[in-house]
Design a binder for this molecule. Structure first.
Ligand code: ADP
Ligand code: MG
Length: 899
């Protein structure tokens, strides 16, 4: 049966459903069990085995295996027992378990996130509209579609008004396809011509409809395509790609160092195979195999933190881009304001029937008319009262209209009563581009009442005397200056409707009815968030469809512009050439009376200025701007599915402050990665220097292969993982945005790395020398084993201590260690393990250590503290400028606020 070629009643019958009622929940559940979820089957997740195998593609793990093999060979040759090679294998396994578990954890977190992100849709179940997960839709369900929705499954239209659907993903046709429920295309019609069907995954760009589901999941037209597309590539973010290069560079250094070590050792007459093993171990220790894992972990940790702060990341690279955002463009209504609207003032031209609610009413308040301003506004609204499921009722719909309907009900009347006598016969829906809407009502005495409500300066009123116009304007301006959102109403009575059916023709010569002023208070947290952004070097831009005066008043309240600050209107914007806009864009913080289409120009102008732009949006028309922005942000509550699909991030609380929080997290991710890279590199480099230095000095091999591996996994790896997931530093929002191509190695980081490497290496070598050659009265006698053990202990412990100083740019004490308890516990545990190894002979011997005794242990602890102290002094020195810099930046931003 071709659903598009069969009368709709037959289709409905064959699907065993009802267009009015939809399915019953238990029937839907039964069908779901049979057909399976309405989803395109995902490519299977990677199996554990293949993930483990993938680890072996890593250079560093190959080197590890070579080391293990060599050590077995060596042990067999010398008959020295297999303890050492077994220990090496154990460490390799530990390393791999760590990598695989962390990676799987990260993947699971991302999958859970994808679930949170899953779309929903409206269906009829036993006659009432309910919202369900798109995955739960079954054949026979009745979809309720409106502008901005994503079609949940293939469905045959039952009813449709003005429905247009973007089917470009299916047909390649870029124009939206107009749909007609009553059409009956040929049996062999192509997908694009099946005008009485809607298809899964396509976007409703206009109109509304009900449709009965004919196919779900892989059975849909899109599902058939998805079958081919299942092999999606694992996407690498730019940071991950950059890290690959860093890892390669360090690996090259490590291999070169290993070669030099081998050559020197052989020249000094060391045993060949032992020297090869030492060289390979050095390579193992110095290759930063955990680095890439660290980026993944930081990113997922960032995504996880953002979810907790109401920001859902849809595309992983957005986490990084957020850290670089330097301009946040935000809608006013609902994002910077609360979207909790209520009518504050009314100004009526005709006699007004006072309602018993506390609203300041200006203008003609005397006398009684059949319908007053509020009645007519309510007739022209779409908000409705619905049961809230708990015995009470709530008003649902657009926030502006909710304010109107709420005031009416507070006066004891309902919109339904009004509509009963004057049924609505037609509507021109509200659009942000036109900023008005019209509803047409049949009057009991015959004829039609046309009500147009919308922006005061957009309504086509009939000509009026100049003084009358001035009075209206004055009323409007005084409302707007109070930060009120103004809605004007015009009316007309006509004998008949246009023959063409185009109701827009009725919108002319309107009688001025009056205006209402609606208050929408700013969100309390907006002011602070804007200030935080400003200090962080981020420019906030407010974009609204509201009037310039209203926009300016709100912008002042939230501290976006100063007293004299001005507003750019959509009209001025239209008069500007692209070049002019680019040249002046930095001076504009507030745009009023703009259309969604203008947003794209604003985004591009800022980008032209080299800025990284985030843009919010909720409607269908916002989607292109969201795509053009570096970080497109959609509203979770008020946003359409179309906007969400185009966005990189979704705000579940629609709140501006959430964007600023997300930027903080983004910066933190970058900063954690950079710190961890810096930490691991100074650890690795110092190990190289210690090994080479000791060999060149002719003191012998400073660290055995087992020791090197232990340092690598326990001393550097585990603290490094904790560092990668660190909480954010207070000061992170007092710096400039991270440049998009900013290197991990700023001059400061390079200097710090060198300084740390020198400090680590110096104490490591000193420890080795003290252990090998210096007798301490009452302590264990000096010797190679003692030297190696001391060297191991000092290098391992100093890097564990060093993590704490790496955490902050200021002194260690600028950040509470309690911010990162996993780090504290792992550090304590590592320090205990290292002490156990060097103090308890029987345990230590397994790993080739010699008992140090308390004296040498205490001496080693003292040495291990030194690099941390050096780092602290270094930071004090570096920061002497920073304090000054912060201050001068603050001053500059403050003066920016007064522009
Ligand atoms: P924003 O979302 O930026 O506040 P809108 O496009 O929603 O901008 O509103 C722009 C103007 O359109 C408002 O100032 C108001 O005059 C008018 N308006 C908004 N919502 C409605 C509505 N539901 N009906 C009629 N007019 C409206
Ligand atoms: Mg709006």
């Amino acid at each position: 049966m071709k659903h598009w070629n069969t009368p709709v009643l037959e289709v409905i019958e064959s699907l065993g459903t009802s267009a009015r009622e939809g399915l019953a929940p238990d029937e839907a559940a039964r069908r779901l069990a049979k057909t399976g979820p309405n989803a395109y089957r995902q490519a299977k997740g990677e199996s554990l085995a293949s993930q483990v195998l993938r680890q072996f593609k890593d250079v560093s793990n190959i080197i590890l295996l070579v080391a293990a093999a060599l050590s077995f060979a060596l042990a067999a040759r010398e008959g020295s027992g297999f303890l050492e090679p077994l220990v090496i294998v154990a460490i390799i396994v530990l390393n791999m378990v760590l990598a695989v578990t962390q990676e799987r954890g990260a993947e699971r977190a991302l999958e859970a996130l994808a679930d949170l992100n899953s779309p929903t849709c409206l269906v009829l179940r036993v006659g009432s509209r309910i919202e369900i997960d798109t995955a739960d839709v079954v054949p026979g369900d009745v979809l309720v579609l409106k502008t901005g929705d994503l079609v949940a499954a293939d469905a045959r239209l039952v009813e449709a008004t003005g429905l247009a659907v973007d089917e470009s993903s299916l047909t390649g046709e870029s124009e939206a396809a107009e749909k007609d429920a009553s059409a009956l295309p040929e049996e062999d019609a192509a997908i694009g011509d099946r005008s009485n069907m809607v298809f899964s995954g396509c976007l409703v760009t206009a109109g509304n409809a009900t449709a009965v589901v004919t196919a779900t999941g892989m059975e849909t037209e899109m599902g058939r395509i998805a079958g081919y597309l299942n092999e999606t590539q694992r996407m690498q973010t730019p940071l991950q790609l950059r890290l690959v290069r860093v890892v390669r560079a360090i690996s090259a250094v490590a291999l070169a160092a290993a070669a030099i070590l081998l050559a020197t050792g052989l020249q000094q007459g060391e045993e060949f195979w032992a020297m090869v093993l030492a060289a390979v171990s050095l390579a193992v220790a110095a290759v930063p195999e955990t680095l890439q894992l660290i980026v993944t972990l930081s990113l997922t940790q960032g995504v996880h933190n953002m979810v907790g702060k109401h920001a859902l990341i849809r595309k992983l690279p957005a986490v990084e881009t957020l850290g670089s955002v330097s301009v946040i463009c935000s809608d006013k209504t609902g994002t910077l304001t609360q979207n909790r609207m209520s009518i504050r003032r009314m100004w009526a031209a005709a006699p007004y029937l006072p309602v018993s609610v506390p609203v300041a009413v200006d203008g003609a308040v005397e006398g009684v008319a059949e319908l007053d301003l509020l009645h007519k506004l309510a007739l022209a609204s779409n908000a409705a009262i619905e049961p809230d499921g708990e015995g009470g009722s709530r008003i649902v719909g657009d926030a502006t209209e909710t304010a109107i309907v709420r005031l009416l009900t507070e006066g004891g009347e309902t919109r339904e009563q009004l509509l009963a006598e004057r049924p609505r016969v037609g509507e021109v829906p509200f659009s942000s581009a036109r900023k008005m809407m019209t509803s047409v009502h049949e009057l009991p005495q015959g004829g039609y009442l046309v009500l147009t409500k919308g922006a005061f300066d957009r309504l086509p009123f009939a000509p009026a005397p100049a003084e009358e116009l001035a009075r209206r304007q004055e009323a409007h301006d005084s409302f707007a200056a109070d930060a009120l959102r103004v809605i004007a109403l015009g009316s007309r009575v006509v004998e008949e409707l246009p023959a063409s059916g185009d109701l827009e023709e009725l919108e002319r010569d309107l009688t001025f009815e009056g205006i209402v002023g609606i208050i929408d208070p700013p969100r309390p947290e907006a002011r602070d968030a804007i200030e935080t952004a400003r200090r962080a070097g981020i420019h906030t831009v407010m974009i609204t469809g509201d009037h310039a005066a209203t926009a300016a008043a709100i912008a002042r309240q939230i501290g976006l512009i100063g007293e004299k600050g001005s507003v750019v209107t959509g009209k001025q914007l239209a008069a500007m050439s692209d070049e002019e806009l680019v040249a002046n864009v930095r001076a504009y913080s507030v745009y009023a009376r703009v259309s969604p289409e203008d947003k794209i120009r604003i985004v591009e102008a800022w980008q032209e200025q080299g800025e990284v732009v985030s843009m919010t949006g909720d409607g269908v028309n916002d989607a292109p701007a969201l795509k053009a922005a570096d970080v497109g942000v959609a509203m979770g509550a008020a946003g359409t599915e179309v906007a969400k699909a185009a966005a990189d991030m979704i705000l579940t609380d629609d709140n501006f402050a959430t964007i600023v929080d997300a930027v903080r997290e983004g910066r933190n991710v970058f900063s954690n990665i950079r710190r961890t890279v810096y930490f691991l590199i100074s650890c690795n480099l110092s190990e190289i220097v210690v090994m080479l230095g000791a060999q060149l000095a002719g003191w012998g091999t400073a660290l055995t292969p087992v020791m090197l591996l232990l340092i690598n996994v326990l001393g550097d790896g585990i603290p490094g993982l904790c560092l990668a997931k660190d909480t954010s530093d207070e000061r992170i929002m007092r710096r400039k945005p991270i440049g998009r191509t900013e290197s991990f190695f700023s001059q400061l980081v390079v200097r710090a790395t060198l300084q740390q490497t020198v400090a680590f290496a110096a104490v490591g070598l000193l420890a080795f020398w003290l252990g090998c050659f210096v007798e301490i009265p009452g302590a264990v006698a000096a010797g190679l084993g003692v030297g190696q053990t001391m060297c191991f202990f000092v290098v391992a412990l100093s890097s564990v201590l060093h993590v704490f100083t790496v955490r902050s740019r200021g002194s260690v004490f600028t950040r509470a260690v309690s911010d990162n308890m996993p780090l504290v516990w792992s550090a304590v545990a590592m320090a205990a393990v290292f002490s156990l190894l060097v103090l308890a002979e029987p345990v230590g011997r397994v790993f080739g250590m010699v008992g140090l005794g308390w004296e040498r242990w205490a001496l080693s602890v003292a040495l291990a503290v030194v690099p941390t102290l050096v780092a602290e002094v270094f930071k004090l020195w570096e920061n002497r400028h920073e304090t000054w810099l912060y201050r001068s930046r603050l001053v500059r931003h403050q003066s920016m606020g007064e522009e």
